[in-house]
Design a binder for this molecule. Sequence first.
Ligand SMILES: Cc1ncc(C[n+]2csc(CCOP(=O)(O)OP(=O)(O)O)c2C)c(N)n1
Length: 642
Amino acid sequence: MRFLSEIDSPSDLRRLRVEDLQEVADEVRSFIIDTCSRVGGHTGASLGAVELAVAMHYVFDTPDDRLVWDVGHQAYAHKILTGRRDELHTIKQYGGLSGFLRRAESEYDTFGAGHASTSLSAALGMAVARDTKKENFHVCALIGDSSLAGGMAMEAVNQAGHLKSRLIVVLNDNEMSIAPAVGALSGYLNRIKGAQSYQHLKGEIGDALESVPGIGERLRRAAKSVKDAIAAAVLPGALVNELGFKYIGYVDGHNVPMLVRALEEAKKVQDGPVIVHALTTKGKGFPNPEKNYYAYHATGPFDPKTGLPYKSAKAAAPTYTQVFGETMCELMERDEKIVALTAAMPDGTGVDKILERFPDRAFDVGIAEQHAITFCAGMACEGLKPVAAIYSTFLQRAFDQLIHDVCLQDLNVTFAMDRAGIVGADGPTHHGLLDIAYLRGYPNIILMAPKDEREMRDMLLTAIEYPGPAAIRYPRGNGLGMDIGAAPKKMEIGKAEVLRDGTEAVIIAYGSMVNPAIEAAKSLERDGIETTVVNARFVKPLDHDLILALSKSHRLIITVEEAYLAGGFGSAVIELLEENGLLDKLKVVRMGVPDEIVTHGDPKFLLARYGLDADGISMKVKECLESLDDEQTVKRRLRVVK
Ligand SMILES: Cc1ncc(C[n+]2csc(CCOP(=O)(O)OP(=O)(O)O)c2C)c(N)n1
């Protein structure tokens, strides 16, 4: 590495000649491929933005000038150039670099990200703060073509065009989201690209008019307005101008000198926002990209020569996502009112299979979770049965739509919340730990979580057949390997399942925690402690009768959930006991995630850290029983002393 080993900060980069920058980009690209082939990561997304990162750090005086990256998954080159090169191999691992941007990680990460479409709002806020404080730095946001279509980004465009604050927006247009980009905006961007030929047309018409011999001033002015009128009619970039943005482009997003020139031009725009439209290729430089879906977006470790993923040792059980997709296809076959929806995550949610099989009844709405939910509400008003498959963390975006448009109107919409719980390597922005709390507090909706993939199939049918809103949460990763051959059955709503009977304590587990609870109970049995284990199935409505009965026959209840404790499943149990005046009659202990940010890392390790595995649960049961014994001994002693 002729240059890269000497670049420890962007000021080292800025000492180089423009002519050397393409070679720097090549070195950065090789470095990303080498590192990601060993540890995985958002390889394709980051490879597409290498030249952009080099040019932006060259042209802007970072960190004084502010670079704001949307999502942050494409920012590996940015990390490499800002002093984190030698740590890149730790990315997404416990204690290592975040896979996204974090203000705490570097002064060059001006705004934390992970969710899409935030960069323009944040950058505009910074620009306005700069103007208010009479400071004079540049603010430059980088956003992908799909994230630009997100509602929030559009809201920011609207305000930016109105405010006329100095703001540079780099559009990283690779025509891809995780899957191919969808929507009318994507078509619009394609037409801008086609506008190169219109530009020629515009030039030719203008030149022809101007070359008329003896042209007077009026005719020249008329010629100019004809030229502009034709240009406005045929040049789609005009829309950008109408919204108050200047437009520079398009530029080859892999040509560093050209990008440098475009960004230098953008810096000169003083009177409002400017957009630099860069065309890039996702996975640029990835080995055999055309053969390899892995080039696009994110990868696990792969062979750097072939680009192919290393084979995993044994065929694992199907994932919850796969079972969801297959079950939906079965149910949609039987009931033509069922429709499915994803917000830009067709393969992540299993909706890809549904889109293939039922292209007219499945929708990818793009990165538009808010719209997605109200769109479902509209379909439900007309008697369809929409199922929105959205990760727990991204559904947070649509909180008000969920409440105001779906629950308040008691509409039949099913929320299939994939990646509920600790997701692991993607970390705090992606953990799905809040959905119980954010859904439990409002009437009408029912909430459930399956103990395994077979139960998920039954819950899916139950939710779809339920006439109001219903949500199912299920974790990332493989199911338990259950036989899923039987057709899904409707379940009784609000009914829990007793899996083991014991005398000493009750463990009431929700969803993904049922299996560890059973394992814990088996290990406790070996130590002579008999516990009752309940698969709660529903947090709303709770199985009141069962929980109240168990609270009368046991002295200890332990609730376990893979979610934040605040407002979670255990809180619901405590509320029930409190309402029935039972809280002082027994000990209730909640296990879950405390009030802290859960970092990134191996999910098994993170779960163990919070005691959310068989060992953690059995230890907690023993600890609680011991403390109860101590309390009772003390009470007995106190009685004797009295
Ligand atoms: C609110 C939200 N929804 C979904 C995602 C998942 N996601 C991460 S990156 C991505 C695609 C982004 O596409 P684009 O903005 O074009 O950037 P590219 O990856 O192509 O560089 C999606 C859908 C997310 N991060 N945030």
